[in-house]
Design a protein around this ligand. Structure first.
Ligand SMILES: NC(=O)c1ccc[n+]([C@@H]2O[C@H](COP(=O)([O-])OP(=O)(O)OC[C@H]3O[C@@H](n4cnc5c(N)ncnc54)[C@H](O)[C@@H]3O)[C@@H](O)[C@H]2O)c1
Ligand SMILES: [Zn+2]
Ligand SMILES: [Zn+2]
Length: 380
């Protein structure tokens, strides 16, 4: 089934959710900044919604009107070959085959099925018996809203990092994904070293006893981490930067400018921009110890990005990556969210909460990382 047919049909297992909180994500910025050409007029963004079930299709048995639910960002059926193996981001019922993409995503343009997203008042959610995650009444939205994306993504990043018992992990990028990866890895007893260039993000990780490297002030980040780890590097590395890597500013300017240049020059600009955009990934590869594991949660989109194959091979590095399989992890995470003391620090995680009407201002602030914006929630 292709994305388009999937979206237009109204199934008897649909539920309609009245959204109460909806996150803005680093991935939304890729659409906002880089993938604009794939956005159609009237596309609704947003893939981090929490809300209340307002209406049920006739075949929905697992939910009732009034239930509080989180909606995973992958549109996954829960019953196909992929979903049954916990690979919900590859769901074969919703794969967007005409673009060669994996499972459809809420709020993610034509590339991922053009499914209307959750930065809205109401959201149609298919697969009402298997997709929405029912969460308890009582605690504030902040406790649960990150189950839609941030927490399962960070959880998968840590799982895929395969940190040995008592071992160490370096986390590149201390945005929401990196922050939560640090907290989860710490909770599992790992030694955690966090890397970023933004001082308030470093400071936030510092509150969770993460050792810090300021990439702005450090000439050679992998070398600095080797110095902290007996010359070896960390057992594991989590890459939570993606296409927003430092140097990307040059990349973006180049994308605009390159269109005006003769082809051969434009190609050089793209190549150079490509390399800058991979800064964090290269540092991650250089940081992981021989035989260690690199877990990539940052999103990459290039088809021709050069990789240091010799280092990867010689150092015998294992790499795991991909879109989070949200529904695979939600039941594992939920108990931590209802625990006393809020061990993952969800309740003060949002730096900003704005009404839905102020979404344009919220995007602008978030893009420019103004006012210490780390995580923004829209509340209709
Ligand atoms: N795999 C998934 O399913 C999934 C889900 C959600 C988000 N993501 C992706 O994960 C990445 C992180 O998401 P986020 O919301 O935390 O984004 P974010 O943009 O808030 O965080 C990225 C951080 O990386 C830092 N950074 C930039 N260059 C760096 C460098 N060279 N070294 C170290 N740090 C550097 C930035 O200062 C920023 O704090 C994005 O690419 C996002 O699209 C993936
Ligand atoms: Zn997201
Ligand atoms: Zn499926």
């Amino acid at each position: 089934m292709g994305g388009a047919t999937f979206v237009s049909s109204q199934e008897p297992t649909d539920v309609i959710v009245k959204v109460t909180s909806s996150g803005i994500c680093g991935s939304d910025l890729h659409l906002y900044e880089l993938l604009g050409p794939f956005l159609g007029k009237g596309d609704i963004l947003g893939h981090e919604p929490l809300g209340v079930v307002e209406e049920l299709g006739p075949d929905v048995r697992e939910l009732e009107v009034g239930d509080r639910v989180v909606v995973p960002f992958n549109v996954s059926c829960g019953t196909c070959f992929m979903c049954e193996q916990g690979l919900h981001s590859q769901c074969e019922t919703t794969q967007v085959r005409e673009h060669g993409s994996g499972a459809a995503l809420f709020g993610y343009t034509k590339l991922y099925g053009e499914v209307p997203g959750g930065q809205a008042e109401y959201l149609r959610v298919p697969f009402g018996n298997t997709l929405p995650v029912k969460v308890p009444e009582g605690p504030p939205d902040d406790r649960f809203v990150y189950l839609s994306d941030v927490l399962p993504t960070a959880w998968q990043a840590v799982e895929y990092a395969a940190i040995p018992e008592g071992g160490s992990v370096a986390v590149f990028g201390l945005g929401p994904i990196g922050q939560m990866s640090c907290r989860i890895a710490k909770r599992r007893g790992a030694r955690v070293i966090g890397v970023d260039l933004v001082s308030e993000r470093l400071a936030l990780a510092g509150k969770y006893d993460v050792e810090l490297i300021d990439a702005e002030e450090t000439e050679d980040v992998p070398e600095a981490i080797r110095e902290l780890t007996g010359g070896r590097g960390t057992d594991s590395v989590i890459e939570a930067v993606g296409m927003e890597a430092h140097g990307d500013q040059i990349g973006k300017a180049a994308h605009g400018a390159a269109a005006l240049l003769p082809d051969s020059v434009a190609q050089k600009v793209f190549e150079k921009a490509g390399i800058d955009r991979l800064r964090a990934l290269y540092d991650a590869i250089a940081t992981v110890r021989r035989g260690g594991t690199l877990s990539i949660s940052g999103v990459y989109g290039g088809a021709l990005d050069p990789l240091p194959m010799m280092d990867l091979f010689d150092k015998q590095i294992q790499i795991r990556m991909g879109q989070a399989n949200v529904r695979r992890w939600t039941d594992d995470i939920l108990p931590l969210l209802t625990e006393d003391g809020d061990p993952l620090g969800t309740e003060d995680f949002a730096t900003h909460k704005l009404p839905l009407e102020q979404a344009p201002e919220a995007y602008e602030m978030f893009q420019k990382k103004e006012n210490g914006a780390i995580k923004v929630l829209l509340q209709p």
